[in-house]
Write a new protein. Structure first.
Length: 418
């Protein structure tokens, strides 16, 4: 058994864990970061890079429920279930459906919008503090549509967004093409979200946070955490390299957090993974000025330093099953339909990652344990990149027993106490 001298061990070097590690180091705490792989190896490396402050509505909605059969039957559809995984995912799905009740749905939307409203400023501050604002492109984003009938539903969506003060404008076809000339003339218009942004490379972002935290004194060890328990003195963690004893721990290992949360808090948290895919087109540099989402096809195209990233889709197949890269490749078909010229797909690279998702679409941001030994930051589903810098600020406040900027009640682990 090794007794660690650092103030806190952070488990998980994704965008959430590294942001928290950096914020804690900046606040004067010493951090040991553990990850079984290289930092950023999980969902955080391949996401769509969209600082999606406009996405204030939870995944669960009656609208989605009505579209479900069509989506599941379409082989190019945005949603798929590995039917062998159905028995395991059913309880989570039932909770998701139960959260569609208007009161619960509104509570989640309120809580999401609280986080999203402050997320871009938090990124600006965090990246500013390490002189890396170059990684953030604050140019807004577009939600484009192809079918005339989509316009009405987007205008309704726009009205709903205005109740949450999300800045949004409708662009007609000419305005859209002026903004993004490469897009096909088949696209009829778009919603524009000026208060959104994108990052130029999600993996480089995590690496920049990691390096900055190391410069501030953070130590790192590549090892898997296999278990843990609370003791009188704090926390004991089982790792591939032996037992580590420490005073406090932050669980930030994304979609894999469930067993550790159980071991250290006793709570059986309904954490599932929504697997998502991307296809990177390295030859399509500077094709688009901003991230463009297709309203009908439900995927996003983000201009990055390494090319155009096509990303999205949701697949329920658990943590262990092999990736089905056909789902990444189908994104190419969808993207091609949005351009009049053939896309250059030379060197296209498929990727799959695991979003950590809870059935109310809210993350857990909390501190618990008899002496506050266990901090928690996981379950950020489709918005982990968006909310990471803000999560880090809140975790740092919790750690230092400071009043938090927002009431953290909606994000507490106790909402799942069983
Ligand atoms: C296709 C796709 C597109 C997305 N697009 C966006 C987007 O545009 N905007 C947005 O905001 N979000 C997006 N997301 C969601 C976002 O990527 C995730 O919410 C976010 O990356 C989660 O970060 P994390 O740090 O919690 O998890 P991860 O990045 O998965 O990191 C977890 C880390 O923990 C480590 N780990 C796991 N278990 C252990 C263990 N037992 N011991 C040690 N280490 C362990 C892993 O190796 C990993 O490095 C997207 C996701 C996908 C899949």
């Amino acid at each position: 058994m090794k007794t660690m001298t650092q103030d806190i061990i952070v488990i998980g070097g994704g965008v959430i864990g590294t942001s928290c590690a950096l914020a804690l180091q900046q606040a004067g705490q010493s951090v040991l970061l553990l990850d079984r792989e290289a930092p950023g190896a999980g969902a955080s490396s391949g996401n769509a890079g969209h600082i999606a402050t406009e996405q204030v509505f939870p995944l669960a909605s009656t609208e989605i429920l009505l579209q479900l059969p069509k989506m599941l039957l379409d082989p190019l559809g945005p949603l798929s279930i590995d039917w062998r995984y159905l028995p395991q995912i059913t309880p989570w799905m039932l909770q998701l459906v139960s959260n569609m009740r208007p009161k619960v749905n509104k509570r989640s939307a309120d809580a999401l919008s609280t986080l999203n409203r402050a997320s871009l400023t938090a990124w600006r501050d965090m990246l500013g503090s390490i002189n890396r604002t170059d990684l953030l492109q604050e140019k807004g984003s577009l939600l484009a549509y192809e079918k005339p009938e989509t316009k009405a539903s987007l205008l309704t969506h726009m009205e709903k967004l205005s109740t949450y003060d999300v800045p949004v404008a409708h662009l007609d076809g000419a305005e859209l093409h002026e903004h993004a000339p490469a897009l096909s003339k088949r696209l009829l218009g778009a919603l524009e979200f000026p208060a959104t942004a994108h990052v130029t490379d999600p993996l480089k972002l995590v690496e920049a946070l990691f390096e900055a935290a190391q410069q501030q004194g953070m130590t790192y060890s590549q090892t898997a955490v296999t278990g843990g328990r609370l003791t009188e003195a704090g926390v004991e963690l089982e790792t591939a390299d032996g037992t580590l004893r420490c005073k406090r721990v932050l669980i930030a290992n994304g979609a894999y957090a469930k067993p550790l949360v159980r071991a250290l808090t006793g709570v059986k948290v309904p954490l599932e993974t929504e697997r998502g895919y991307n296809l990177m087109l390295p030859k399509e540099l500077d094709t688009l000025p901003v991230a463009v989402t297709s309203a009908e096809r439900r995927f996003i195209m983000t201009p990055m330093q390494g090319g155009l990233r096509l990303a999205g889709t949701v697949e329920f197949a658990g943590l262990e099953r092999e990736a089905n890269m056909k789902r990444a490749r189908m994104l190419q078909q969808h993207a091609q339909a949005l351009f009049d010229r053939p896309l250059n797909t030379e060197g296209a690279e498929p990727w799959m990652g695991r979003r950590p998702s809870l059935p109310d679409s809210l993350p857990v941001i909390d501190r618990t344990g008899p002496k506050g030994e266990v901090l928690l930051a996981f379950g950020h589903q489709h918005l982990g990149l968006t909310q990471a810098a803000l999560t880090a600020q809140l975790i740092s406040q919790l750690y230092q027993n400071q009043p938090t900027t927002y009431d953290l009640e909606p994000y507490r682990l106790s909402r799942f106490r069983n």
